[in-house]
Design a protein around this ligand. Sequence first.
Ligand code: PEP
Length: 249
Amino acid sequence: MRTPLIAGNWKMNGSHALVDAFGRAFADAALPESLDVAVLPPFPYLDAARRALADVSVQLGAQTLNPSHAGAHTGEVSGRMLKEFGVGYVLVGHSERRALYRETDDEVYDRLLAALDVGIQPILCVGETLEERDAGHTFDVVLRQVGHALAPLEPEQRARVTIAYEPVWAIGTGRTATPEQAQDVMAAIREYQSGFDPDLAQAMRLLYGGSMSAANAAELLAQPDIDGGLVGGASLKVDDFLAICHSAR
Ligand code: PEP
């Protein structure tokens, strides 16, 4: 049985007030028992979020990390530092970082390794653009991204990776993949994993991301290969995020 994970990616949004609102809301929330929940605020709010969520079963995540553990990298944050703040998950390869900050598959792999090295669970984000989907390249693109990051890993490392399938055309657009579109790609990712190790493929957690909302979460999460959600916009509204958590039964 795979435990579902709902992870809220605040991107470059949020405030101390939002951190406090989450702390209060989750203190009162009766979440489903077999559910993992994580909040990924921007770096400056990590410590406040750690304190606000200390007594509730919500884990802390970060949105990126530098591939190095320390050194002359002005403005960057390492996995080792995130670990000190109690971070349990970190995104690697988010499409915004691939597009806006030109992160290549090689760099995504280096960040993934850095996270595994310090014992933080990476959430590897993969997904095709609209042009790639329209050209019929969805499966090639997604499996290339997955393969580039996972093929060189040791089995023990691969077992600690979560994959988020996020069609780029669905991120922040209000346009969601249909449950069938998402399921087809995620089944292909799991099938690809089976080539390495069928047991590992069955155990691997796969998240869907792309305009997931309180209205569409239940039907997405009901798909057999969708084990949770990476939620952007809707994770900034406490009630919506809680509703999505409750859909993951
Ligand atoms: C994301 O940022 O990973 C994301 C899925 O955003 P949104 O839910 O806003 O589409």
